[in-house]
Design a protein around this ligand. Structure first.
Ligand code: COA
Length: 330
């Protein structure tokens, strides 16, 4: 039974923080950030906005574009590494505010690969036949994990949310195809938030050291991101027996333009067929693939039958990819 994406939605906060704004906060400059990362600006949530507030708007937009009422949802999944609080889950808060009273809701954590991990989880729940309609959201307030004195990390991230509605839709053509997910916890120290969890709860010392914020070995992470996303893309194409030239659009996690270029050339995809919006939002972690997908739809980049690849890599390490054929309505 095909599992279809019925609609998409996204939300990014109104406040824009440009590279020039960052020049006033840390020792950096627009030229360095642009050439090393491709990022020109990012969105930053207001103090009052939590991850669930961003997720809610993206979810409402996805439901609207799907023509699905919240009461029809059976499952609400949110991929996030910046939940509103330890519990209840951010998904439960969003479920309530949406009025999705027939759904169960839970969070899932796979850092920047979260959206694809959640998509695959929801797809399997629907595929098993017990549930029909799912809402998958990737949402992050990454600014809450940043040390604004660390120029190696604070320039990279932004806030936002992306969402899709999935349905087990009898008689339709296309839909979600092969998926590969992977994890390697032996490299977890290369990208982490060392404190603020149960290992090292927040103490005055943690705050003093800023160890409740992101630490990263940038060059190592770069290397693994390229290796893992490239091999995932190649394996998926082989599995589906698709040529790289048959991909209408690759929608990768938006971390760094140089990473995207390295993968694109290794896999052999044309420049025009890779979706890029990292210049506008920076790295929004779990939200990034969902936001990019929604923007691609809004720009009319996807038509029925188009072959699409989603790709992501993140802390853990985690990585994943999924192929899909854009929906041809039944
Ligand atoms: N502005 C100006 N200079 C900076 C800077 C900034 N924001 N950040 C670092 N630098 C400096 C460094 O201090 C270093 O200076 P030095 O040579 O005097 O010591 C120099 O720039 C080079 O630093 P380096 O860390 O080697 O740069 P890089 O080319 O590896 O680029 C990243 C750094 C973070 C942009 C890059 O490694 C990267 O993108 N990695 C992957 C990150 C990522 O995507 N993470 C999320 C994965 S989901």
């Amino acid at each position: 039974m095909p599992i279809q994406l019925l609609g998409t939605g996204s939300y990014t906060p109104e406040k824009i923080l440009t590279n020039h704004d960052l020049e006033k906060i840390v020792d950096t400059n627009d030229e360095w950030i642009s050439t090393r990362t491709g990022i020109r600006e990012r969105r930053i949530a207001s103090e009052e906005q939590a991850t669930s507030d961003l997720a809610l708007i993206a979810a409402q937009r996805a439901l609207k574009s799907s023509g699905v009422d919240a009461s029809e949802l059976d499952v609400v999944l949110i991929a996030t590494c910046t939940p509103d609080m330890a519990f209840p889950s951010t998904a439960t808060l969003v479920q309530n505010r949406l009025g999705a009273k027939n759904a169960f809701a839970m969070d899932l954590s796979a850092a920047c690969s979260g959206f694809i991990f959640a998509l695959e989880t929801a797809r399997n729940l629907l595929d098993a036949g017990r549930y029909r309609t799912a809402l998958v959201i990737g949402a992050e307030k990454m600014s809450s994990l940043l040390n604004w004195e660390d120029r190696g990390t604070c320039i990279l991230f932004g806030d936002g949310a992306g969402a899709v509605v999935l349905r087990n839709e009898e008689g339709s053509k296309g839909g979600l195809g092969p998926c590969i997910l992977g994890s390697n916890g032996s490299l977890s120290e290369l990208l982490q938030v060392p404190a603020g969890g149960s290992r090292r709860p927040v103490t005055p010392q943690v705050l003093e050291e800023h160890s409740n914020t992101i630490t990263m070995a940038g060059q190592e992470v770069f290397k693994h991101a390229v290796l893992n996303m490239t091999s995932t893309a190649k394996k998926l194409l082989k599995q589906a027996e698709w040529e790289p030239s048959e991909l209408a659009l690759v929608i990768p996690h938006q971390a760094n333009h140089r990473i995207l270029e390295a993968i694109r050339t290794r896999v052999g995809v044309d420049k025009d067929n890779v979706f890029v919006n990292v210049h506008k939002y920076g790295n929004t972690s779990s939200a990034s693939v969902g936001i990019a997908l929604d923007e691609a739809v809004a720009q009319g980049r996807l038509k029925p039958g188009d072959r699409v690849m989603l790709l992501a890599f993140g802390a853990g390490f985690t990585w994943g990819g999924m192929l899909l054929e854009w929906r041809t309505p039944a």
